[in-house]
Design a protein. Sequence first.
Length: 241
Amino acid sequence: MFPADPLSAAIARALIQRGPDGRAIGENVNHRLAGVPGNEDARRVVNDHHVDDVSVFGDLCLFSPGKMQAILATAAREHQSLEDVMRAFSVAEQAAPQGTEYLHGMAYWLAIGDHVYHIAHSSLPSKALEEYLTWLLRDCAGSIAPDHFVELVSEFDRSQIGGDLGDVKSIEVGGLIPETVRDTPPDEGRDRVVDVEERETIGDRLMRGFSAARRILDDMVGPVEAQKIIDVACPLKSGPP
């Protein structure tokens, strides 16, 4: 039921369609604000995006206008007794500063042809991306017919996954769990050599995750095009620290 054009081309075409004010959908973030089915107070929006000859990628943000946020008051207020301060912190709700809204979740997506790479958030699973892209293409830009919709289907290689592919519902990419270093007490009066194992730092885990994502991009579009995508998404900044 989907048009012959690939998904990435349909998204790129939708972003250049004109909104009510004459500006392209991709040029005015207000044109990209969508409601959330079943939650009339929430909004989804592609806040940042990029289109080139190979791919379309961006983020997907979830927020609720005027939503209060629970806060924990760790600083003691005036006229508060010492007993109250020692017992527990105060819990309250606070609105976002004027001109801002609390961000409940952010996901990232990359479309190349009819293939989609989605880095989900617990509040923005694949269903949320399907609903938003359907709204963007069908209801907002009119790039697809009223009876068309976006549905993402996961397909895995049996040689890489093993077992019954029908049992695979999702794949989680993560780092290694640092091992706990255990040591036996030294024998009294005897010298010994101790090998110290360096534990993995947060920076190491971030680099490991980036390397895994880079390998996926290399497999999808090749090293040259992958580097172009990274250069656009994560430009190097120069200047004083």
